[in-house]
Write a protein that binds this ligand. Sequence first.
Ligand SMILES: *Cc1c(COP(=O)(O)O)cnc(C)c1O
Length: 386
Amino acid sequence: MSSAKIWLSSPHMGGTEQKYINEAFESNWIAPLGPNVTGFENTLQEYLGGQVEVAALSAGTAALHLSLIMLGVQQGDEVICQSMTFSASANPIAYQGATPVFIDSEPETWNMCPVALENAIKERIALGKKPKAIIAVHLYGMPYKADEINRIAEAYNIPVIEDSAEALGSTYKGRACGTLGEFGILSFNGNKIITTSGGGALVVKDPELKKKTIFLSTQARDEAPHYQHSVIGYNYRMSNICAGIGRGQMEVLDEHVALRRKVNAYYAEYFKNTEGITVLQEPDNDYFSNHWLTAIHIDPSVYGNTAAEELRLMLEADNIESRPLWKPMHLQPVFEKAPYYGGTIAEDLFKNGLCLPSGSNMTEAEIKRIGTVLDKFFKTKLSEAF
Ligand SMILES: *Cc1c(COP(=O)(O)O)cnc(C)c1O
């Protein structure tokens, strides 16, 4: 294990981040507001196509939580959520005392299945409770079937919260991910496509909603010289230091998307003629993924039921980090009582999937090192299968 560690996805600085941080120090804007926060928000707004308002927050989770609050989600309500996701998509539902209703994935994008979604809505309404919101996720940067999801959401008049935490830089039919729902969530956590060390943003369509987001995220102070509060507030605003990192990162975002897509293309080419391996890729040209992480599915009928874990361990033995796909929320102990609609697609992806190293800062030598382990693994495995 003398080789240096290859990470699944690690921070990749562009070079100008430090300059923006220095400006914050020089002007003493070391606060949850300031020129970097405004500058970062403006750059994001422009990047997303200009028709939206962006509020920079302390985390993507905070953005999800505030969107539920602004939709009036409260104790006893139900909120629909994609099951195949990171727990941060679902936790804010519980913060509000509401119940998540989980939905299976479809096999093309691995995201929320529109058929299971509509079944769930019909049944929850028949049971007497109309869901208050739909949280759909662009997994690993791959856009979900936005037209189908939006059509159903509109038919039943339920707002969509678009969890675009993994999908900054992705587009669907030419429209930026983050702008496809009523609310859009972005994350700038350490291993996302760009990072502010920790942070997130809420994307809204209406300037009034942005004002409200900032109000709620800065402890909900009424307009008065003293500290007066009429509603419960939160400490969710992004700091001017973090936003400085974000401004620098925005300058290299497109370059990083191109590099991640190159990594994905490498894996796709590598597995092109390998039986039983599916690399998550765009179903057609309507979809453009930032390919934040490249994920594969390993057919258990070719390789056996434990192949994904065996491959993970073999990579780990060579100091290479890979990671199982998200464990679906309906299989999590903490959500075991939540209703679930769908079949076993998400479960199969979890059991037989693996995320491969996908960083935009990987070197050619590192990619070759990964390839050597894959060669070793799949040669053995394929010969065992025949
Ligand atoms: C990272 C992530 C979040 C949460 O973002 P934070 O900034 O870490 O709070 C939410 N949803 C998904 C799908 C994520 O990957």
